[in-house]
Ligand binder design. Structure first.
Ligand code: NAD
Length: 456
């Protein structure tokens, strides 16, 4: 008997069932990988200008569907409509950027005796992209856009909780004229579809974004076949505020730095380190900024923060607060239905509290004091993660010194901006392996080949 597994998609702001989605099993995953494998032979041979044109058309299709994609994300993920529009726009922009790649994937000519040495950036083949639930559209795009541009085919697995925008992106790719099998979206369980990306030898690279725990398993699984991996994993980023900073600006923007997407953001600045001489003043400024965060209906343009993704995740967030955790103040949130959680500021007493060392992935921020620059750097680096962070200071020399000393892939000075599709993104330490985005993104989807041609 053929048993089809399905999953219910829930609107996290209302707890209502939106739709039911079929989940692929192992046989369907292998069939999709086979299709991708066959399609890649023709896709890599498409003339660079034609591949670029198809990617541009895909970008235009996303643009034409932008409002629909954004609304779908609001319903499926509880993202605020403003964020969801930015996320769909990010995929569009990334596809336009990727459309510049096929004609610029340049090799080298290297001087040798008795001939010429030339290098080629060959596509890898089939790429499996595994996406988490927190940013379903952009994170999918960061994998599939450069991979396709470099001549690979892609099978994309969205997270179980958030498959809707990915499914729509798959339809748009076909409508834009991408050949059958070049870009497929396969909703399914991580333990089934995701694992098959790891074990099926026809998949030549796995791009994984998600928890450090699962990322570690994927890396170990891929090692058996020496399969290429890019890992974008967790974070526990520091927002370092020095006494010489514009304290008003630092406090006013700190909620944005951690509560954006309800804190379900790998770049969330979930530890605010404040120089002791301005600690009390900073908290005085932070409190009204936190109370001002409007939590509610994500479809309303005036809303700053929507719900968490699920009831289970809300419980997980709540569990980080131990009975002894000192809660400084909180914002407000609706009663329910919906998986709401208020913006919460805590003052942990010891460096061992879980809220200081583990990724909460919710709207909870810990504020701690430091004495001087050396202690700020030590505390910022006192984590197994190294993804992101901010430094607030009016001293340019200090900004550069601290930026160089903090072990993280993406730092901002007097800002919380982390992601631009044309600049590289990725983590140090247990936050990941490899870089996405930026001018070299496509090279991560190629093998460099050297060819010597004898002239004698
Ligand atoms: P998760 O690790 O539970 O799942 C991520 C994806 O992996 C999902 O699609 C899931 O189905 C799949 N998966 C689960 N088990 C698998 C397995 N055994 N084999 C293959 N695939 C498997 O993570 P999540 O809860 O969906 O996402 C939250 C995590 O993602 C956080 O830790 C967050 O920091 C991280 N994240 C990192 C970045 C980054 O760029 N560094 C960006 C966003 C999210």
């Amino acid at each position: 008997m053929n048993v089809v597994t399905t999953t219910q998609v829930i609107d996290p702001a209302t707890e209502r069932v939106v739709t039911t989605v079929e989940l692929a099993d192992e046989a369907a995953t292998d069939a999709a990988i086979d299709r991708a494998h066959r399609a890649q032979v023709a896709w890599r041979a498409v003339a660079p200008g034609d591949r670029a044109r198809l990617l541009r058309r895909f970008a235009e299709a996303v643009d034409a569907d932008l409002e629909h994609l954004a609304r779908l994300e609001v319903t499926n993920s509880g993202h605020t409509i403003g964020n969801a529009r930015w996320e769909a726009g990010n995929v569009r922009d990334l596809l336009h950027y990727a459309a510049g790649i096929p004609e610029r994937l340049l090799g080298q000519q290297i001087p040798v005796a008795d001939g010429v040495d030339i290098t080629f950036h060959e596509p890898l083949g089939v790429v499996g992209v595994i996406v988490p639930w927190n940013f379903p559209m952009p994170i999918a795009g960061w994998g599939f856009a450069p991979a396709l541009a470099a001549g690979n085919t892609v099978v994309l697995k969205p997270a179980e909780l958030t498959p809707l925008t990915a499914i729509r992106l798959g339809e748009l790719a076909l409508e834009a004229g991408l050949p059958e099998g070049v870009f497929q979206v396969l909703p399914g369980k991580g333990s089934v579809v995701g694992q098959r990306f790891v074990t099926n030898p026809k998949v030549r690279k796995v791009v994984f974004t998600g928890s450090t725990e699962v990322g570690t398993q994927i890396m170990a699984g891929c090692a058996r076949q020496v399969k290429r991996v890019t890992l974008e994993l967790g974070g526990k980023s520091a927002n370092v505020v020095f006494a010489d900073a514009d304290l008003e600006a630092a406090a006013a923007s700190a909620p944005d730095g951690v509560f954006d997407n309800a804190g379900q953001d790998c770049c969330a600045r979930s530890r605010i380190l404040v120089q002791r001489s301005v600690f009390d003043r900073f908290l005085e400024l932070l409190e009204p900024a936190v109370r001002k965060v409007r939590v509610g209906d994500p479809a309303e343009a005036s809303t700053d923060m929507g719900p968490l993704i699920s009831a289970a995740h809300r419980q997980r967030v709540a569990d980080f607060l131990e009975p002894t955790t000192d809660i400084a103040f909180t914002g407000t949130c609706p009663e329910g239905p919906g998986f709401w959680y208020p913006p919460t500021v805590v003052l942990p007493a010891a460096g061992t509290e879980r809220v200081l060392t583990e990724e909460v992935f919710g709207p909870v921020v810990a504020v701690i004091a430091f004495e001087d620059e050396a202690e700020a750097i030590r505390l910022a680096n006192d984590t197994e993660f190294g993804l992101s962070g901010s430094i607030w200071t009016s001293d340019v020399g200090r900004a550069l010194r601290v930026s160089r000393a903090v072990e993280a892939g993406n730092l901002s000075v007097n800002s919380h901006a982390s992601v631009r599709y044309w600049t590289p993104f990725g983590g140090f330490k247990r936050s990941g392996l490899g870089r996405e985005l930026g001018p070299d993104a496509a090279l991560a989807f190629t093998e460099t080949k050297n060819v010597f041609i004898a002239t004698t």
